[in-house]
Design a protein around this ligand. Sequence first.
Ligand SMILES: [Ca+2]
Ligand SMILES: [Ca+2]
Length: 273
Amino acid sequence: MDFKREIFIFVTFIILCLDSIFSLPEYFMEDHCTQTLTMNYGSIEAVRIHLTKSKRYGENMGCSMRVEAPEGKLLIIRFEDFDVRGIPDLMCQSGDFVEIFDGSSEIAAPILPGLPRRLCSSPEQKIFLSSGRHLIIRFISDTDMIAGKGFRLLITAFSIAPCSDAQLQCSGSGLCLQKKLECDGEINCPDESDEALPKCLSTAAIAGIAVGCGIVLILIIVAIVIGIICYQRKKRARIIKLDYDGETMKASRTRPYTSPSLARHNGINTTSA
Ligand SMILES: [Ca+2]
Ligand SMILES: [Ca+2]
């Protein structure tokens, strides 16, 4: 029984490891300028988008990226981080800024009703909902070297209630999200209810699992490397032994025969087996 329990714990651990490894897809916008990022049915209906891989975005940057939800779904946009160095006093008319368009082209309305069209300093409102399945994110930086890290967005597809069996409903709203986003350590619902369920692990527990997975993977890699080294050493030792045996046989074949009488004549003692 105990053995079965240990197997169960091990399998659960591996599943959690795989789940954490194959979690949310992440993209760097600078690598996908002018491209469309499409969320397909069956895949994870959420993505994280970073502006850049670098510590600071570059000057003279102009990059637009379109995001497309599965058909019939809309998008939740959450700003997780925002470090754009614009000039807010001038309504972001110069400097560096971000725009999000609520549609599939840059002539669509901005997604910020009641707010400045452009974002150039951390917005008070962090969460926005699209009115259709498309949105466009556009980032522009000016020619000066004043720059920040950029931004990090979590974008999640949703539909309006009633929710299906394959969906979870954000409490307090009629938003239906893919069920696999429940308790995955990412805050997808605007009210964070997808991560507030009693069955959800705490962030610290998820971090602990991630660290544990990392250690297990390192141990597996070390074991594989040691195994390869041992195998190669054994193989080399076998080749040396075969070479040695071959040399010995060759030497015994080429050694001249000395008869016992001649050996006695030459003062050599021989014994028979
Ligand atoms: Ca700048
Ligand atoms: Ca979640």
